[in-house]
Ligand binder design. Sequence first.
Ligand code: FRU
Length: 443
Amino acid sequence: MAVRQNIHLKCPGGWINDPNGFIYYKGKYHLFYQYFPYAPQWGRMHWGHAVSDDLAHWEHVGVALYPSKYNDADGCFSGSAVEHNGKLYLYYTGIRYDKQDPENTNLGLEQKLTASQMMIVSEDGIHFDNVKDKRTIIEPIKDKQIGDLRDTRDPKVWRGKDAWYMILGSTWELKAGRFLFYTSTDLEHWEFVNMVQGDDALGIMWECPDYYEVNGEQAIVFSPIDIACFNGKGENHAICMPVTFDEAKCEITLSKDYQFFDYGMDLYAPQSTTDAQGRRIEAAWLRMPESPDGEWIGMFCIPRVTEVIGGHFYFRVHPDVDKLFARKIMSPAEASSDGYKISADLPEEGWINIGGYRIFRKDRTICTDRSRVYRNHTECRCSFSTPDLKDGFHIDVYVDANMIEVYVNQGEYVITNGVYDLKQTVEAGPGVDMVMYTLEQNL
Ligand code: FRU
């Protein structure tokens, strides 16, 4: 199937949201995604499926999951993958709308739906028998003390010391976020172990939780709905924090402080896995308000390598992707249509302007301003900045026609934003030395 070429993974046509089932399996990266194939708008969810050898060249291999059972008749929501005895296990949330919208049966009315947790097993990671190999593993939750009937979803499964573990995002009456923990010894039978609830400063519902260990630290990344505003950010954003997690009790202790996964306005629902070398890597969805051409909408950021050092999360472009930006160029006119990269150090008052997208230094922060390249979507045209920086004012900027990722100080912070109608120009303020690279070869 045709790939919409460039460095950011997009769906072949239609709608994409969260990354799902991200895994390095039998020598290849598999990245599934929330997918509505029929139009560039959200609707009854499927899982699209892309495969890659190097995290840069992706091949779309079709729809892996589609509604086929009573419990997922209205959608296969987000989830994750693990490998066991050579087989690929996918876990996801099955959705039934309480009432379909009669004018658009791909949607439910009044956000009323029922959620179950489901799984499917594949022998080879390519063929998924949606009729034979799916089953419900956690029935809709009726006990409010445990979780919410509607808003409990996004199973992330991992292997612990003595068992398999699952974390789910949930809510207490849409007033506070919750995590639910289950364990299993055989990947098929799951037992509820614990529920952990946050306070309202951390949003009203927690989506897409991802627990992992990296550099010997325990960490969590999740996407709270309605997280309290900070640094000009509102609405829903992914956050990360070091935690302690006690496997025996499934007791997680959250930190008071958190970092945003990204300091732009559009990145959501990151999901991690480990790469061929065992590094922790992440994919995430970039939300877009409109399709650039009426055919597709949304995309993924470049896969990032995560490290936690002294409690701080660093996100770097995966080296296998970064190394492709090896051909020096003098202007974006010479760049491959797959994208280009600009590296620079910003002195005080330093700035660069990429086709109308401004990146500039303000005191000890790096700021971005997309107000000239965001069409009429006024609600989020504003500027976004990092917190005060410790490690200098270096930027590596990855540009494609509809997304700009600014990595500050080798990933101390990242600012990613969607853009439209970018001009093919780059200018820099006095004292800014910049170097521009593009891909050695088109993808
Ligand atoms: C996050 C999310 C998930 C859900 C999926 C549905 O963007 O709302 O919680 O599983 O998208 O598409």
